[in-house]
Design a protein around this ligand. Sequence first.
Ligand SMILES: [Zn+2]
Length: 258
Amino acid sequence: MENRKGVIAVNKMLKECGIVNITEVPLELLVAGRGPLIRYKEIKGADGRIVFGEKRNAIITINSKIEYEGKRRFTIAHELGHFEMHKNISVHNDDDLTLNNFKYGNQEAEANQFAAELLMPEKLFKEECNRKKFSPDLLRQLSEKFNSSITSVAYRFLEIGNHPIFVFNSCNNKVRYWKKTEGYYLKVKDITNLAPPIDSVAAEFFNDGTIYRKEDSAQEINKSTWFETGKYDNAESFFEYCIVTPKYNTVLSIVWQC
Ligand SMILES: [Zn+2]
């Protein structure tokens, strides 16, 4: 059965606090109300950290060098998830990998599910997508509406959006991993740990630094770019939208069919 521990913990917490609409409560106030102290400090090699004290209260440290509010909020919510669910840990650090579901321990998946449900509640997220066609603009609208990073919105969309998508994560010109909407069957080429496909938009960034303008961010590609194809396959239209983070040399490719 699917692990819903993160979602259950959010609902329990909101009920205990008497919160009906979480989007109306400032996140830091909520954390303070639950007990942990938040402080901002430069942390080398991590975005967030939680340290439990003797009486099971905790200090949450958030890296003061995080540039984007969406990422800061997601990190805070992830640490709050550890606080609510994982009282067995004493010290825990989070980085790009744990926060993006790359290092997959159960507790990381639970804390990410907690953060996603807290910041982008399923019901509101689905309402927001309702009858809208998938596009990079829709992801940007959702990111603004939920004050969350475009990356976390993309993963949320993959899980509960109204159109199936694939997400490929590449770093330093190598595909690290990919995920897809459940039940969406396309056979991905054997690319993990290799350079992104030569005709992909991700490869354009790694090869010559191309980053498309907002208006051009949905680039048409072939099905065969990322997927195995058969004889009758190529009439379909596929698109790739790359979320590029030059600072970390990473590209998140969102791929979908029209
Ligand atoms: Zn964590």
